[in-house]
Design a protein around this ligand. Structure first.
Ligand code: DQA
Length: 145
């Protein structure tokens, strides 16, 4: 059994009601359900959403001891600002894919920079909720090859 952790950062619990122009109408529960449906045998998915930087950091730290094999992370606004998040990601040795629903390059300049992108195995930005499905597919592909 391979364990894949999906972390959704601050304000992503508001999907469906939040800036539909950028994030669409899909709720977080719908995104998670669609990943569960895509899930193949031999994979266990764990979902976390938090609005608290420290809580996200603690979940990332636990990756070291809890046999997580792959991380899919939407750090939301923290990705643009958080050295603490970067330091947490530097503690882990498993790969991660970073997902952004919106194309951050179509948006304000402050969203064009990141504290985490260079650490990611890959980045998906601008494909909406489908970006998560692609990330899960890529994670499975990585873990099988
Ligand atoms: C986001 C993009 C970020 O710039 C923003 O702060 C978010 C969501 C996205 O999924 O497109 O909260 O990560």
């Amino acid at each position: 059994m391979k364990n894949i952790l999906i972390i959704h950062g601050p304000n992503l619990n508001m999907l469906g009601q939040r800036e539909n122009k950028w994030y669409g109408n899909t709720t977080l529960a719908e995104i998670n359900n669609s990943l569960k449906q895509q899930n193949l045998a031999h994979y266990s998915l764990k979902f976390i959403q938090s609005n608290f930087e420290a809580e996200i950091v603690e979940h990332i730290q636990k990756i070291v001891s809890n046999h997580t094999n792959f991380l899919i992370l939407n750090p939301a606004g923290l990705g643009h600002t958080s050295i603490i998040l970067r330091d947490a990601l530097l503690c882990i040795t498993i790969p991660f894919i970073e997902v952004h629903l919106s194309n951050v390059y179509q948006r304000e300049n402050f969203r064009h920079t990141s504290k985490t992108w260079d650490l990611a195995m890959g980045i998906i930005s601008g494909l909406g909720a489908y970006g998560y499905n692609l990330a899960l597919q890529a994670a499975q592909n990585h873990l099988e090859n």
